[in-house]
Design a protein around this ligand. Sequence first.
Ligand SMILES: Nc1ncnc2c1ncn2[C@@H]1O[C@H](COP(=O)(O)OP(=O)(O)OP(=O)(O)O)[C@@H](O)[C@H]1O
Ligand SMILES: [Mg+2]
Length: 307
Amino acid sequence: MKKPIIWAIGGGKGGVGKSVLSGNLGIALAKKRKQVVLIDSDLGGANLHTCLGIANPQMGLSDFLSKHIRQLKDVVVPTTFPYLSLISGARDSLNVSNPKHTQKLKILRAIRNLETEHIILDLGAGSNFNTLDFFLAADIQVIVVVPEPTSIENAYRFVKSSFYRQIRQKSPNSSIRSIVDQTIGQSDRLGFRNPHEFLAHLRTMGSEIGEFVDEQVLTFNPKLIVNQIRSSKDRRIGFAMRNACAKYFGIQLDFAGSIEYDDNVRQSIIKRQPLLEIFPQSSFASGVLEVCDNLLYGRFLESEKLS
Ligand SMILES: Nc1ncnc2c1ncn2[C@@H]1O[C@H](COP(=O)(O)OP(=O)(O)OP(=O)(O)O)[C@@H](O)[C@H]1O
Ligand SMILES: [Mg+2]
């Protein structure tokens, strides 16, 4: 059996639309007859089931973590959509909102071994290590931003933190790990202003480390969705962020597309029915379908379309 393609939907700030997008991207893939398992990895604030119209999942990730259920596949519940199932995080999850290192590894290993074509991880807000590790475990790493300074700031922080975390994880060498720890610590003791300076420093440490760094830069390639846009100016934030990441971070952030602010989203949540199902003609639905295709086929926006 082929390994599943893992998607992670993160982005730092709360309330930007990660869960709504995860659910609707899952439905978009399922409509293409791709077998999908959605996983609510926001253990502290699980609510993906609500976006899918499932009132109270009988079991979830917390049951797997508490050893109550041994196999991850046994906490997968069906949804009302063919090809789409769910692992909820819900149910009494307070005790696992911050899983220990071994629990996290257990979940990640089990996720990779699930028998499905696609897995979508809905991440929690913030850039804590657990969230970053789920993000880095994905093949398609998506960052959601909304056109507000706080969200943009958090998204940049998320890009930086996950990149540093990847370098630390993959590092063959304890001196690199120590430099990363000093850089991402509270005080940023080494005073690098951005990942560009950080990488330049690592490259001075010898050609082997230089090669390692080059490989990390090449393989770290997150995707950006700008959600809740209200104007073409908002849409341009995607291009601006992509350019800024290349210039100041030396990181390629691909712009996967933007999705309009649409009141139907709220309506669909109140009605507890996924938007793609009840408002298939809405601007949100067409935005999700386009972004889904871009992510699935690796097509990204190069520059503003002339229209
Ligand atoms: N394109 C959109 N247009 C209008 N409203 C939207 C859009 N996307 C998301 N929302 C609204 O934003 C709210 C937050 O969405 P959601 O719960 O998916 O965010 P989140 O990023 O998962 O938050 P958290 O970090 O707290 O889990 C929802 O109630 C929804 O109504
Ligand atoms: Mg959420």
